[in-house]
Design a binder for this molecule. Structure first.
Ligand SMILES: NC(=O)c1ccc[n+]([C@@H]2O[C@H](COP(=O)([O-])OP(=O)(O)OC[C@H]3O[C@@H](n4cnc5c(N)ncnc54)[C@H](OP(=O)(O)O)[C@@H]3O)[C@@H](O)[C@H]2O)c1
Length: 234
């Protein structure tokens, strides 16, 4: 259970979309400082003296090392940065697929490896990882990155519990941000996602499952693969 009041937090991909919403919600919940980490920190638009823009590219190990050196007072980490190239795994652009995995899987894993010792040294806290409903439903390259991250979160949760660090995974369908701009269908407001994610942190939940789409996908996980993917029906 991690109360955000009085905490120092860091959000990756904080310049727009869900990242910017996380920064705003953390401030509202009483964080004393929020490192708004972004590839281009000059694009962080939130004007609050508690916000510290920080350069961080989650695919660049040297950038991660420098961020962990500067932000040595963090106790809440939000691994939010991500991309969706939505390539076919069989015929898609392999460079794009690797970049997606570097960003969505290796990014949070490397940032976690850099910051877990920092959080532990500061007395414990929380790590929030942005998964997806597609961690549990495969549609191509993006789903594979989010399934890998879901598995990594499950391992990290067990590994980091003795250090007093809780790991919260967030599952949601489409969210109303640039990433889903071209998608049709119901889109969850970013504010709802970050509120339910931070409520899960406060309640010591392992996961936040936000919206009907994510809850529906989770409820069907026990089904046979041929039922889940009707295109395979014999
Ligand atoms: N939107 C959805 O429907 C949805 C659904 C489920 C899960 N998610 C997940 O939620 C997270 C946030 O998504 P969003 O909807 O807010 O997407 P978004 O609006 O496209 O924003 C993505 C953010 O990630 C940053 N980013 C990308 N690559 C980065 C890198 N290498 N290093 C640092 N920052 C990087 C972007 O920075 P730049 O401005 O520099 O590009 C931007 O701030 C992602 O992990 C996404 O997969 C989104």
């Amino acid at each position: 259970m991690t109360d955000i009041t009085g905490r120092v937090a860091l959000v990756t991909g904080a310049n727009r979309g869900l990242g910017a919403a996380f920064v705003a919600a953390l401030l509202e919940r009483g964080a004393t400082k929020v490192y708004a980490a972004a590839r281009r920190p000059e694009t962080v638009g939130i004007d609050d003296p508690r916000v510290v823009p920080l350069p961080l590219d989650v695919t660049d190990p040297e950038s991660i090392r420098r961020a962990a050196e500067v932000a040595g007072d963090v106790t809440v980490l939000v691994n939010n940065a991500g991309i969706a190239s939505n390539q076919s795994l069989v015929t898609g652009d392999l460079d794009e697929i690797r970049r997606e995995l570097d960003t969505n899987y290796w990014g949070p894993v490397l940032v976690t490896r850099a910051f877990a010792p920092v959080i532990e040294a500061n007395g414990g806290g929380a790590i929030v990882n942005m998964h997806s409903a597609l961690s549990w439903y495969a549609t191509g390259s993006y789903s594979a990155t989010k399934a890998a991250l879901w598995s990594a979160s499950n391992s990290a949760r067990v590994e980091l519990a003795p250090a007093g660090i809780q790991v919260v995974g967030v599952h949601v369908g489409y969210v109303d941000t640039e990433m889903a701009a071209g998608a049709e269908g119901v889109k969850v407001p970013p504010r709802q996602v970050v509120d339910e994610a931070l409520d899960a942190v406060a309640a010591d939940e392992a996961e936040a499952i936000v919206g009907d789409v994510a809850r529906g996908v989770k409820s069907r996980l026990h089904e046979d693969v041929r039922v889940l993917y009707p295109q395979l029906a014999r």
